[in-house]
Design a protein around this ligand. Structure first.
Ligand SMILES: [Zn+2]
Length: 432
């Protein structure tokens, strides 16, 4: 029975891993080609990790329309390489609406039912959440009431309002981003103005990229409800005049699995709430600091030997303990290996903690600047000390099984403003 459970868990883990690898690959460009029969329809080649929902989101299409057009009996079963008709997708962009054009025609309404969300309703009609917010002048897209009548906009989405000076351009690395990833925002200003920003109640810290360009990194918490969220940007001119603009980001659900972690009695004693809280406080104090400049450069490297790379658990998996409810998630990437395997700094930075902790065992925490930290837990032995500056690839310790673990491994975390984000993104992508 236990073995069967293990096999199932392994299988689920494998599926999750494959999905992740696919999801983390940058979105493929439009793999559409003309369909001979109908000039209005184009075929799309399914990429690894695609789901119908993601494809519909990406091309702003109705999920139901894709299912109908392809006569799909099970929309959950699509495979890489499969050709899918995308009804109404144009290869060349539609002629843009001239400035000052009337808002898009509205031809449908929807009566809000109990339990419905704007995300769900927008998906139902295949319109973007942004278009729904605009058409209905919604102040807070999270607040809908039962019986409310929503206008369903049709036609192409309206062209966004032109930016007001000194804003010249605002660019998001992923306008639709999956839970748990790091978003990069680049802002170009026409003059030397001060720039501040907020996302989900957290301030943005900007770094200068070029003459008038600034960038910041934003953590998308892995438990963020899929929806549209505004990023508030305020530029303050030298004369003190402030201009505020909003940039919307759509958060999509990540393909995260669920697992149950079993601890024996001796280990379970370590789940003492007071000890966890003390340790947590210490870490939170450290990783809520913001060193106002980036100390890293280029993509991060793996914290273990690449030749013996073995990932045993991925970031983001929803977790339950000893059969309880899934109230938490896996905040890092686990690397397997023997006790004593070397552990390296993933990027340049400053060691802000190197000591034994009750739950996380022997721990190294490195500050990379801009509110970004990497943590290396459960080590057997540490070879760096607090305050030490390290380069990418510097030996910091050896793998072990100290703290609350079931076997030797490295639990590796990336924290941005205290929020655990997908660590592998930092290896696969050069940020900013
Ligand atoms: Zn872990």
């Amino acid at each position: 029975m236990a073995d069967f459970g293990k096999v199932v868990k392994l299988f689920v883990g494998l599926i999750a891993l494959l999905l992740w690898i696919a999801i983390l690959t940058p979105f493929a460009p439009l793999h559409a080609q003309e369909n001979q029969g109908n000039p209005e329809n184009f075929t799309y080649t399914v990429q690894p990790g695609d789901t119908l929902t993601l494809i519909a989101l990406r091309y702003n299409l109705k999920l139901a329309g894709i299912i109908l057009a392809n006569n799909l009996s099970n929309p959950n079963l699509i495979f890489p390489g499969q050709q899918i008709i995308l009804p109404g997708v144009m290869l060349s962009p539609a002629p843009s609406t001239p400035p000052g054009a009337s808002p898009p025609a509205v031809d449908q309404t929807h009566l809000v039912q109990p339990g419905e969300t704007l995300f769900g309703i927008a998906n139902l009609y295949g319109v973007s959440i942004g278009a729904m917010v605009l058409a209905n002048d919604l102040a807070n897209p999270d607040v809908l009431y039962v019986g409310q009548t929503l206008l369903i906009p049709s036609g192409p989405p309206p062209t966004p309002e032109p930016l007001q000076a000194p804003f010249v351009a605002v660019e998001l690395s992923e306008p639709t981003i999956i839970q748990g990833r790091t978003l990069v925002i680049k802002v170009t200003l026409s003059e030397d103005a001060g720039l501040s920003g907020m996302f989900e109640g957290r301030p943005l810290f900007f770094s200068q990229a070029g003459n008038q360009q600034r960038w910041s990194i934003i953590a998308i918490h892995t438990l963020t409800e899929p929806n549209i969220y505004p990023i508030t940007l305020t530029a303050t001119r030298p004369d003190g005049a402030a201009v505020t603009t909003y940039e919307n980001v759509t958060v999509a659900a990540g393909p995260y699995g669920t697992e149950d972690i079993q601890f024996d009695d001796e280990r379970s004693e370590l789940l003492d709430a007071e000890l966890i809280e003390l340790e947590q406080k210490k870490l939170v104090n450290l990783w809520s600091q913001v060193t106002p400049r980036p100390l890293w450069e280029g993509p991060f490297r793996y914290p273990v030997e690449v030749s013996s790379l073995r990932i045993t658990s991925h970031y983001g998996t929803r977790r339950s303990y000893n059969g309880g409810p899934a109230t938490s998630f896996h905040g890092g990437t686990d690397f397997g290996g023997g006790v004593g395997a070397p552990i390296y700094a993933a990027a340049a930075g400053r060691v802000v903690l190197a000591e034994p902790l009750t739950v996380r065992g022997n721990t190294v925490l490195i500050d990379h600047g801009m509110g970004l930290f990497s943590g290396y837990f459960h080590q057997n032995q540490l070879v760096v000390s607090q305050g030490q500056e390290v380069q990418a690839g510097a030996l910091i310790g050896y793998m072990g099984s100290t703290g609350l673990v079931t076997g030797p491994h490295l639990h590796w975390e990336i924290r941005l403003q205290g929020i655990a984000v997908e660590p592998l993104q930092w290896i696969q992508q050069e940020i900013p």
